[in-house]
Design a protein around this ligand. Structure first.
Ligand code: FES
Length: 125
């Protein structure tokens, strides 16, 4: 039986390595991330939303900078996710808010290793 947040590669959130800028954290298997909807993972206090955009996996905060809507539950159109609360649109590639240029959503570096998705989180998690 499968538990949420756990895949055959081990526990999501396990820190794999660190460097001066942050720590790479295992968050999912690549097969869990699709292009039609977000895949949300909780890492410590941080909620992350993973999406596949043009065959590449990207990671953003699951929290909309407007009023906290869960972007991982938003509708995806190409490289844009629509916040489910008030409909603001965010470019998943660069994090820009297309509805109000004063805002952007936090993005995280992603790397893939043997079917496992790692996200670089700032140090001191
Ligand atoms: S909370 Fe996302 S647009 Fe308002």
């Amino acid at each position: 039986m499968r538990r949420p947040g756990v895949d055959e590669y081990g526990e999501a959130g396990v820190k794999s390595e660190s460097n001066a800028s942050g720590q790479w954290v295992r968050v999912a298997g690549t097969q869990e991330v699709g292009s039609q909807q977000g895949h949300v993972v909780q890492i410590g206090k941080r909620r992350l939303a993973l999406f596949e955009v043009n065959g590449k996996i990207v990671c953003i905060d699951d929290r909309c900078p407007h009023a906290g809507g869960r972007l991982g539950e938003g509708q995806v159109c190409g490289s844009v996710v629509h916040c489910p609360r008030h409909g603001w649109r965010f470019d998943l590639v660069d994090g820009r808010c297309l509805s109000d240029p004063r805002f952007e959503v936090q993005r995280y570096s992603v790397k893939i290793d043997d079917g496992v998705v790692f996200v670089e989180l700032p140090g001191q998690e």
